[in-house]
Design a protein around this ligand. Sequence first.
Ligand SMILES: Cc1cc2nc3c(=O)[nH]c(=O)nc-3n(C[C@H](O)[C@H](O)[C@H](O)COP(=O)(O)O)c2cc1C
Length: 257
Amino acid sequence: MNIPSSNTPNEVLSTIMNHRSIRKFKDERLKPAQIETIVRAAQMAASSSFMQAYSIIGLTDPALKRELREITNTPYVEENGHLFIFCADLQRLTIMAAEQEKQDMKATLESSAFCQIAIVDAALAAQNAVLAAESLGLGTVIMGSVRKDIRRLDEMLGLPEYVIPLFGIAVGVPDQQPEVKPRLPLDAVYFENRYASEAEQRERIDSYDREISQYYHTRSENNRQDSWSRQHIERLKMKHPLTEMTDYLHGKGMSVN
Ligand SMILES: Cc1cc2nc3c(=O)[nH]c(=O)nc-3n(C[C@H](O)[C@H](O)[C@H](O)COP(=O)(O)O)c2cc1C
């Protein structure tokens, strides 16, 4: 990805602009200092009202990683340098509260707004973790697929009430060099003062569909015939398994509906 040439290039921007997910890692564990740096960087993300409403669990037990690989049918869930599971966590805020105070906190904690806040906090922390790892020369991939059997993952991690898993991040030494994926045109994403008209968006997205089709067609691995719009239209027309988790979320006191 290009940075406008009037900006002085710097290492932060080049790390950001060179991001691509890595799905094949060398057989090398992360060093404890690398894990610590990644987690500390995650912790420095901004956090709504300073609640720091997330937890990060390193899944190191080989038997658990193997099981999660089998559930997700994804080799890089097991074959990586380290696997972090990011959770939205409103539980920690209740730890020091007296019993009556816990009751008084319940309505706010169980509101959809607070669930959303915890998810945003976790997402910001996760992106910091990704950038920190990539700045150390490591590769990363975020994986929502670890929630395929969310109840089993919850049990594996021993998650209490008000804590739900959101996604995994596999980190490791890259064993592939995929091309950077072109993003939407800037004018399809960034508007000034007022949202764009549908006609303007249609034109921009049509041009992006052609660009991404070319990328999918010519990339070095896993090439296919597809466009950005078509892949999402086809996916969203079908009932998505993740829409089935409402009961689980209610049971945890964490729900966005
Ligand atoms: C919340 C989230 C969940 C994701 N889940 C998966 C996943 O389950 N499996 C996977 O291979 N990639 C997953 N990804 C990675 C995206 O597919 C990837 O970021 C996107 O296609 C853009 O490609 P890039 O990261 O290489 O630029 C996920 C990314 C995010 C942000």
